[in-house]
Write a protein that binds this ligand. Structure first.
Ligand code: ATP
Length: 233
């Protein structure tokens, strides 16, 4: 398959605990795909294996046709895979602008003015310390910093968790802009409304394996699947 990202029968272990048991999924160029599932299903671990944070014990991750599952994290990032983890990784003692510049790659199509255009709040706060930001602003900063690194695939782990509805709306609109600019996105998110507003396709993972795949319109209409795998519907 010629998808941008191909995850092929990936297994992963934490010690003896066999957490991913043959995860296969793909993301096309410019596509926004969600990975849904109950707590502990293996969503974060899947993102970590793709990002090279946790090498798979079996299976392959291919990106742009190249096998990347044995590369160190910084080399995976250099290929254009960026993970924004749940805890966001903001440097609290650095300013917003310093945090952004840490992600900068000279040839990135995303430079400071581009980030400030998408996230006007970050421009207003650019001289403030990372530790002074609200949760929503920290999330925007983490996404902005990832963009500065010129991702072809942005992976987001629960970007709107715990944020106020008005901020969630802002982030959804910003992600739509980023997607429209051609960046592929793999999104882990519990808020199904957000997922269905943004996604082209969804995967559901259960006990470390993909159990369902659907295009967005089919997923929206399928209450039985939402009830069976996610406990909503
Ligand atoms: P959540 O929404 O709760 O974060 P998730 O679908 O992202 O869930 P993972 O975080 O990938 O799930 O965890 C998958 C399984 O691996 C869970 O059973 C979890 O308890 C276990 N696990 C996660 N991190 C570790 C770790 N560092 N050491 C051992 N086991 C872990």
């Amino acid at each position: 398959m010629n998808a941008l990202l191909c995850v092929d029968a990936v297994h992963a272990h934490y010690g003896k605990s066999h957490v991913l048991q043959g995860v296969s999924l793909h993301v096309q160029d410019g596509e926004l795909v969600t990975l849904l599932g109950r707590n502990g299903a293996g969503k974060t671990t899947t993102l970590k294996t793709i990002a090279g944070v946790m090498p798979p014990t079996q299976g392959q991750v291919r990106f742009g046709g190249e096998a990347v599952h044995r590369l160190a994290t910084h080399l995976v990032a250099q290929r254009g895979i960026c993970l924004v983890p749940e805890h966001r990784g903001i440097f609290k003692l650095l300013t917003v602008e310093e945090n952004l510049l840490l992600g900068q790659r000279k040839k990135s199509p995303w430079q400071l003015p581009d980030i400030y255009r998408i996230f006007p709040r970050l421009k207003e706060r650019r001289a403030n310390g990372g530790g002074q930001l609200s949760g929503g602003e920290q999330q925007m900063l983490a996404i902005g910093r990832a963009l500065m690194n010129a991702p072809r695939l942005l992976m987001l782990d629960e970007p709107v968790e715990g944020l106020a509805p008005v901020i969630v709306e802002e982030i959804v609109a910003q992600l739509q802009t980023i997607k429209a600019a051609g960046v592929a996105i793999l999104l882990v998110e519990q808020n199904l409304e957000v997922c269905t507003q943004l996604a082209d396709r969804h995967y559901i993972i259960e006990q470390g394996a993909i159990v369902h795949e659907a295009r967005n319109a089919d997923f929206i209409a399928d209450d039985a699947v939402k009830d069976r795998y996610l406990g909503v519907g």
